[in-house]
Design a protein around this ligand. Structure first.
Ligand code: ZN
Length: 442
């Protein structure tokens, strides 16, 4: 009996010392995902911006992204790996291909008594936010995802996607359910503009600022909050919980810009995301008990810095572009192409280029028009995209704060997800006995 007590006491001391020494259990976790943000996307943005908050992180590495059924993942499968630690097939949200639900880091944090939040510049029902709080076999079923978000009880939800919360006729729902009313009935404050966000002083909070995606940073309206502003508000509200919090922030439109082969928007979106990273870093530095991990779910567009026989690229022309391809394309009508390029791009296109653009405009197909615009820009930058889809490249990871050393070197996305999930549950919350048992079981 006596020796058993000594043994347990020794184990307690050992476990306590080890936990303290490693300092590996953060109170708060801020997980930031640049959708589609491959290594070259960050490299190009760093070249333009000169300094990135991501570069101030002491640990970094490279992450593989392939899914269970493809070397090139989509955001659902990649997000599932990052949220749960398990691979699945493309298109599936946080469950196995045969339908078994996979517990997410956000769910684990909530069970541990922490506050939770999801922030995105896409629809809040889009794959990356969805994988943290919902489970479904088809990412495109966003109406169902919106319903599951209500059941999930996430404390702060900020982004676009109002159309999946409004009854038939007002948005994309086919039933009479008004989910905004349901969230309000469940105790949520609802806001739909920047001013409302700033005024919000309690959670749970639902902020849906656009019907679909939020606007690209280059096109952002005055009444739409930036990703940095949403991140700051989420941290402000979630950090009131003494048990800690788990927050996921997605820079969701880096991916869309790369799909559109729009290099200027890739840069603008990545800078906006990096501003949000700065807000997380400021909080973590002050707080001292927070882990911040920044990574991507996959790389998009096969972004190439320098193409062809000559070895050069020039980012300067990107700095004069003041509109996204998505907003620019509808302005083109086959008559004032030259003038519009001068106004919005600071570029004077040649005769051949104008002809090619006008021909693309005649097709009325957005992708064809965007790809013609991309050619005009690439001719001046030698920055090119090799695909309008995702590519198989590895993505970067950066980490700061308590437990940050666990995210360095070469990792698979399931390793990142598994460690985040472990860290989302603060070990101090476990009883001493649980800790001893953990150690005995290895
Ligand atoms: Zn994508």
């Amino acid at each position: 009996m006596k020796s058993a007590i000594v043994f347990i006491a020794a184990l307690l001391a050992l476990s306590f010392v080890t936990v303290r020494a490693e300092g590996a259990e953060p109170k708060n976790v801020i997980f930031m995902i640049g959708d589609g943000m491959g290594v070259n996307h960050v490299t190009l943005t760093r070249t333009v911006a000169e300094e990135l908050n991501m570069d101030k992180f002491p640990y970094g590495g490279i992450v593989t992204t392939y899914s269970m059924d493809s070397l090139i993942t989509d955001s659902a499968a990649a997000g599932t790996a990052l949220a749960t630690g398990y691979k699945t097939n493309n298109g599936i949200i946080s469950q196995t291909p045969d339908g078994k639900k996979l517990k997410t880091s956000l769910e684990a944090a909530k069970e541990a008594g922490k506050s939770t939040g999801l922030v995105t510049t896409t629809r809040i029902t889009h794959a990356t936010p969805a994988v943290f709080a919902t489970h479904i076999d088809d990412r495109d079923n966003e109406n169902e995802i919106a319903e599951q978000l209500l059941m999930a009880g996430v404390d702060v939800l900020l982004g676009g996607g109002l159309r999946h919360f409004l009854p038939a006729g007002e948005g994309k729902r086919e039933d009479s359910l008004n989910l905004v009313s349901e969230f309000i009935n469940a105790g949520y404050t609802f806001v739909d503009d920047r001013e409302g966000l700033f005024a919000a002083d309690s959670s749970p909070l639902l902020g849906l600022f656009t019907m679909s995606y939020m606007n690209y940073e280059l096109d952002r309206e005055e009444e739409e909050p930036s990703i940095a502003e949403m991140t700051e508000k989420a941290i402000e509200l979630l950090s009131r919980n003494e048990e800690g919090f788990f927050l996921m922030v997605e820079g969701g439109r880096i991916d869309h810009a790369a799909h559109a082969n729009d290099a200027a928007s890739v840069v603008a979106e990545t800078i906006a995301f990096d501003d949000a990273v700065g807000k997380a870093l400021d909080f973590a530095r002050e707080d001292g008990e927070t882990l911040v991990v920044v990574t991507a779910d996959h790389s998009t567009g096969g972004l190439t810095l320098g193409s062809g026989a000559e070895q050069w690229y020039n980012y300067e022309p990107l700095k004069s572009i003041s509109i996204s391809f998505e907003s620019f394309a509808p302005l083109l009508n086959g008559q004032n192409t030259e003038e519009l390029f001068e106004i919005y791009f600071g570029i004077s296109p040649g005769e051949e280029e104008i002809k090619r653009i006008d021909e693309a405009v005649k097709t009325g197909d957005l992708y064809t028009i965007e790809s013609a615009i991309a050619q005009v820009v690439s001719a001046r930058t030698n920055i090119v995209f090799t695909t309008t889809q995702h590519d198989g490249g590895a993505v970067p990871i950066f980490s700061y704060g308590v437990g940050a050393e666990s995210f360095s070197g070469f990792m698979d996305n399931t390793d990142v997800g598994a460690v985040i999930k472990e860290m989302a549950v603060h070990r101090e919350e476990k009883s001493m006995i649980d800790r001893v048992l953990d150690r005995i079981r290895g």
